[in-house]
Unconditional design. Structure first.
Length: 117
């Protein structure tokens, strides 16, 4: 797995509010990806400092990458890019909250709408 492969997956991950991939919106760029051995860390920048979907964007990114690579992925809000950065990062790192959010997104159909096959 390399940064190019990660970016290819993220080209199929769409922002829930805008019908564009997270890569096109510069939510995640190549420099935001860190790969070390079997671990991967992604930092992302929500579309605005008050983006109401900031946490959802991070959850969808994490889900898509874990589904593709079968590895745990650390996803965090890039420092200074969202007013609720600590809360969003806590949600993204809490496995129970992550799973609950994935289930809500799946049942609402949003998960499938935001990840192209």
């Amino acid at each position: 797995m390399d940064k190019g492969q990660v970016l290819e997956v993220l080209k199929k991950v769409y922002d829930p509010e805008y019908p564009m991939p997270v890569t096109a919106l510069k939510i995640v760029e190549e420099d935001d990806i860190t790969i070390a051995g079997d671990s991967m860390k992604i930092e992302f920048k929500p579309t605005a400092p008050y983006c109401p979907m900031g946490g959802v964007i991070g959850i969808i990114i994490k889900y898509a990458l874990q589904k593709k690579f079968g590895k745990n992925v650390e996803v965090r809000v890039k420092a200074g890019t969202h007013v609720q950065e600590p809360m969003l990062n806590q949600m993204l790192s809490d496995e129970k909250k992550y799973e609950e959010t994935i289930e809500r997104l799946r049942s609402s159909g949003m998960l499938e709408r935001c990840i192209a096959e």
